[in-house]
Design a protein around this ligand. Structure first.
Ligand code: HEM
Length: 483
């Protein structure tokens, strides 16, 4: 063989080894599946990443490593691994990986979701804890939520016998609850198919938030904004902020005459500027509506599939509340309703992989070495369905919570739909009220069936990423008023 041919053959063998066979995982990381050149493990994610990752955990263990494009990601999939990430290494792993579509000046630096846990973030968390979601504020604003839910019930009574897309009605109701909690205004007209001015912008923003940005896998693409996603998010935000700036100007002008007891009042009193207030309000809508609406849709779906549980719940509400509309003061006396909500969140956490955390510095995790800047995900969906923790995990069985202290407030790592540790969802107190009030009111006020003669046992819900906007087909029901 000629020398050149031999050299070419050896080069080819070396390249095949280097790119296809060699596993370039840095030393010390948890094990993981073999990765392809350039793509890494991207093709293994499929269109339901939480479910695929749960599957991979069966082969590689409760802490494993993936390469997604150029990003190294460690995935925790058991209560032990989650406790290690969110409790034992809470500070070091509390960094946030910021999605490229949201790296927008005048937004990202004022954001709570995307900030590191710096002094500004601590100030926002304190406002949430002591003001916006304090027990006093939750109680003071209960009548607003009750009023908007009564409007939803009235709207659905007008739709008796017609097919209703439940997510849309719940979304509209949540938008209006938020509008009133935040700046004492409705934002959504349930009877208007366009939903009103601001709805389109927020809806589009949520769609953009759910779409994949290639730069999150290949950061070199970040600067060129290949698909224009960052520009589109910036445009949407500007349109929403233009509307809110008018409201804020009016409220600043009112000053002492402003009698509204809402979030804008609290934030103006805390002397936040318009950029800071806009970013925070946007996050309330963004983080609070889709998650809550998705959970309610799943609860209705599970109750439709489980008529015995539905009638038990109806019986509890009948005994404790009777014919009058449910008030938030009833909620602590409705343990079966609470259990139904917990069970829905166990099976269908709306952010199944929480939000991606990032290592602020290298650290040891269950004997492995996690490098600085490594992304860390926690698979709350897999943890909620783990047969080592839950008996018959795929069954919707609220009874499992009746004589149990397990709760979703961040102390029980087998149930972490809201996460745990310093990054735990600050909206838990509000979300709990929304979920129980809306599900309870639907059950109390309506019988419902599925359209086109579909039987409840035939109801198949698409679990794609667990989020309402991405569900095809959505849950359609035909309501029939009870009271
Ligand atoms: C069913 C309802 C909800 C669920 C399941 C949920 C879940 C979550 C999760 C998993 C996170 C990420 C935690 C982490 O990074 O480890 C989060 C963060 C957040 N949530 Fe919620 N959430 C819900 C409702 C709400 C509501 C109603 C609000 C506010 C009105 C809200 C505001 C936020 C904010 C601002 C963050 C970012 C916190 C930070 O990074 O410091 N969420 N939520």
């Amino acid at each position: 063989m000629e020398l050149t041919s031999l050299a070419l053959l050896l080069s080819f063998v070396f390249l095949v080894y280097y790119f296809l066979l060699r596993d370039p995982r840095p030393k010390g990381l948890p094990p993981g599946p073999r990765r392809w050149p350039i793509l890494g493990n991207l093709l293994q994610l499929g269109d339901m990443p939480h479910s695929q990752l749960a599957h991979l955990a069966q082969s590689y263990g409760h802490l494993f490593t993936l390469k997604l494009g150029a990003q190294t990601v460690v995935v925790a999939s058991s209560p032990t691994a989650a406790a290690e990430v969110l409790k034992a290494k809470d500070r070091i792993l509390s960094g946030r990986y910021v999605f490229h579509s949201f790296r927008i000046p005048n937004h990202v630096e004022f954001s709570m979701v995307w900030s590191e846990c710096n002094d500004y973030w601590k100030m926002l968390r304190r406002i949430c804890r002591t003001e916006l979601f304090s027990p006093k504020m939750i109680e003071a604003q209960a009548h607003l939520r009750e009023e908007k839910v009564a409007q939803m019930v009235g709207f659905l009574k007008g739709k008796e016998g017609q097919v209703v897309k439940i997510a849309e009605v719940v979304f509209g109701t949540l938008f209006n609850i938020f509008g009133n909690l935040i700046y004492s205004k409705d934002v959504f007209d349930l009877n208007d198919p366009t939903g009103g001015e601001i709805k389109g912008h927020i809806w589009r923003l949520m769609e953009l938030g759910n779409s994949t940005n290639p730069a999150d896998y290949y950061p070199v693409l970040g600067k060129i904004d290949l698909l224009g996603q960052r520009r589109a998010v910036a445009d949407c935000l500007q349109q929403i902020y233009d509307i809110w700036n008018v409201i804020m100007r009016e409220r600043r002008e009112k000053k002492g005459d402003d009698t509204n007891n809402d979030f804008v009042r609290v934030l103006l009193d805390a002397e936040l500027n318009d950029h800071q207030i806009n970013a925070l309000l946007m996050e309330m809508f963004g983080a609070g509506t889709e998650t809550t609406a998705s959970t309610i849709e799943w609860a209705i779906a599970e109750l439709t599939k489980n008529p015995i549980i539905l009638s038990k719940l109806r019986q509890e509400i009948q005994t404790i509340v009777g014919q009058n509309p449910i008030k938030e003061s009833h909620l602590p006396h409705l343990p079966y309703l609470q259990a139904c909500v917990k069970e829905t969140l166990r099976l269908h956490p709306p952010t199944p992989l929480l939000l991606p955390h990032k290592a602020l510095e290298p650290c040891q995790l269950l004997g492995y070495t996690i490098p600085k800047d490594c992304q860390v995900m926690v698979n709350a969906w897999a943890i909620g369905r783990d047969p080592k923790t839950w008996t018959e995990p795929l069954n919707f069985s609220p009874e499992r919570f009746l004589n149990s202290n397990v709760d979703f407030k961040g102390n029980d790592f087998e149930l972490i739909p809201f996460s745990s540790g310093r990054r735990i969802c600050p909206g838990v107190p509000l979300a709990t009220q929304f979920l129980q009030l809306i599900v309870g009111s639907m059950v109390q006020s309506f019988e419902w069936g599925l359209p086109n003669g579909i039987q409840p046992s035939e109801l198949v819900m698409n679990e794609k990423f667990g989020l309402t906007l991405q569900k095809e087909p959505p849950l359609l029901i035909v309501p029939k008023a009870r009271v």
